[in-house]
Design a protein. Structure first.
Length: 163
């Protein structure tokens, strides 16, 4: 009887020890990463645009990623994937997984901000001409100096008098 009790006690102890050992979840490695956009067009001065990275598989153990721009003078990206337009041009934003070094890219085209014309002035406000005199050139000055489109159109309200 002592042997039976001892056997039962040892069996219970062994089951208890084995049952209390927890198996570690196996590591699930990253197999890839994608971005919600592969191309992006933004304008200098506009709000930042967020790119979203999706790491696969969904149950990957380590889903951390790093962001980079190949031309920070054109577009930058922060560690949350927000892209900021710096200057006109093209940059490639790359997201890289910490686990496995998987990458995805987005080509970012940055356009110049549109700067509207605020005024146009002529170098002369009055001009007296006589028929047969040589032509006189008027000069138009468009402001601001960095206006996007400084094109002017010329017209005469009395084409029978002067053009």
């Amino acid at each position: 009887m002592k042997t039976k009790i001892l056997t039962i006690a040892l069996t219970a102890l062994a089951i208890g020890l084995l049952g209390s050992c927890k198996k570690e979840d196996p590591k699930v490695s990253v197999t890839g990463v994608t971005l919600d956009k592969t191309t992006l067009e933004i304008t200098v001065g506009d709000p930042d645009v967020k790119l979203t990275a999706t790491v696969a598989p969904e149950n990957a153990t380590d889903k951390t990623v790093n962001w980079a721009s190949d031309k920070a003078e054109v577009a930058t990206v922060d560690n949350q994937g927000s892209v900021h337009a710096v200057a006109p041009g093209e940059a490639i934003i790359t997201v890289t997984t910490t686990d496995g070094g998987k990458t995805a890219t987005c080509v970012v085209k940055v356009k110049a901000a549109v700067v509207p014309v605020s005024s146009v002035a002529l170098d002369k406000t009055e001009l007296t001409l006589t028929v047969g005199d040589p032509d006189v050139k008027l000069v138009a000055t468009v402001t601001p100096d960095n206006a996007t489109d400084k094109t002017v159109n010329w017209a005469s309200d009395k084409a029978e008098v002067a053009t």
